[in-house]
Ligand binder design. Structure first.
Ligand code: FAD
Length: 370
């Protein structure tokens, strides 16, 4: 490890990996520091693997723009490099009359965001596409799909390395001090602590990204960077449910998430989730007592589901900028020069659709540096 490097990226989730690849391709020297033993062990491997169309977010938000751009880049990359995906399409369903207005708003929002293939469906049209689901109406999003996110992570890692990026695993960033226009970065690994100088620091630390910004000297309360953890659990359905419904089926979204949805994974497993519950600590255990809640949510549009067929599966945690009941917050992707921190780029609150948007986020960060 040299005493002085060009770019230090903190975190090797999908955002750190995609950013490392992008910056290395632009000819810079890049080191990625990851506290875990390898890449992609946190939120990037604990999600729905859905390629979102970009319909949920206010127009001109980074979430909307980078989701739509990222979706196209992701499909292109998956096709070109044989990463498995299925452009299954998705239906957002209205389970009662009051949801229909919501669907119409979602349709308009999607169109404003540049998603121009959306189709509003009547009750009969929903039945024609998916005979086994129950809905008063639907919104079809043909460009939504699922993909093999683990293969994407591996691909980005391999490509970043081919482009010259170096990965330092089992190494936690524990301090960031200003050294003129550069930064002295303190790291801890199993041999102890050490430090190096980085010309540019890029914070892709996911659930820790607010704390990393704070370590660098940002007042995270004033900046609005404090994260709230919002847990999403999944339950699986047994194998008799395979191929009953082929598309992704979502209810109208709730405040903290996209709602508990139906998804048949690429390996055939059928999953319900994620739920959305604010928590204080990171804990990935699935609480079996939440089964009834999953059943009650799913039953509204998946009438064939039986309570005894649900089993706890997995969980992930959203790094949310908005606390319970608070309004929409966008991704923070900020060059902190104006805040008095030259050469520091913070990515905070990269929750859904972060996986879909990853390639576009990396491009956005790459442009910030040039
Ligand atoms: C339940 C759930 C479902 C989701 N579903 C979808 C979906 O279907 N589609 C979609 O587009 N998005 C989805 N998302 C969002 C998506 O998963 C995230 O936006 C994305 O994975 C974030 O990637 P990341 O690299 O920022 O974070 P992470 O994957 O968490 O990576 C951050 C990395 O930083 C490392 N790190 C942290 N602190 C330090 C430190 N001090 N030193 C060194 N390393 C450090 C961590 O160990 C970690 O590896 C979902 C999220 C959740 C929780």
């Amino acid at each position: 490890m040299p005493a002085e490097i060009d770019v230090a990226i903190i975190g090797a989730g999908v955002i750190g990996l995609a950013t490392a690849r992008e910056i290395a391709q632009r000819g810079k020297e890049v080191f990625v520091f990851e506290k875990n033993r390898t890449f992609g062990l946190e939120t990037s491997s604990r999600n729905s693997e859905v390629i979102h169309a970009g319909i949920y977010y206010p127009e001109d938000s980074l979430k909307a723009k980078l989701c739509v751009e990222g979706k196209n880049l992701l499909y292109e990359l998956c096709s070109k490099h044989n990463i498995t995906y299925r452009k299954s399409g998705k239906i957002v369903v209205a389970v009662d009359e009051s949801d229909i207005d919501w669907l119409e708003q979602l349709y308009e929002q999607g169109r404003r965001n540049g998603v121009d293939d959306l189709v509003l469906l009547s009750q009969v049209e929903v039945k024609k596409l998916e005979p086994n689901i129950e809905a008063r109406a639907g919104l079809l999003s043909p460009s939504s799909g699922i993909f093999d996110s683990h293969s994407l992570l591996k691909f980005l890692y391999d490509q970043a390395r081919e482009e010259g990026a170096a990965f330092v695993f089992g190494t936690e960033v524990i301090g960031i001090e200003r050294a003129g226009t550069k930064y002295k970065v303190l790291i801890k690994d199993r041999d102890g602590t050490s430090a190096f100088i980085a010309h540019i620091v890029v914070n892709c630390a996911g659930l820790n990204s607010d704390r990393i910004a704070q370590l660098a000297g940002i007042d995270i309360v004033k900046a609005g960077y404090r994260l709230h953890y919002c847990k999403g659990e999944y339950f699986s359905l047994n194998s008799k449910y395979r191929n009953i419904v082929r598309k992704l089926i979502y209810p109208t979204p709730d405040q903290a998430g996209h709602g508990i949805h139906w998804r048949q994974a690429l390996d055939g497993r059928v999953l319900l989730g994620p739920s959305a519950r604010y928590v204080e600590a990171i804990d990935y255990a699935v609480d079996e007592t939440h089964k009834q809640h999953f059943y009650d949510s799913a039953k509204k549009f998946l009438p064939f589901v039986a309570l005894e067929d649900l089993a706890p599966e997995s969980a992930g945690i959203r790094p949310k900028l908005q606390g319970p009941g608070e309004p929409f917050r966008d991704f923070v992707i900020a060059h902190e020069e104006k805040a008095g921190f030259p050469s520091l780029i913070n990515l905070v609150g990269i929750e859904s659709p972060g996986l879909t948007a990853a390639l576009a986020i990396a491009r956005y960060v790459g442009k910030m540096m040039s």
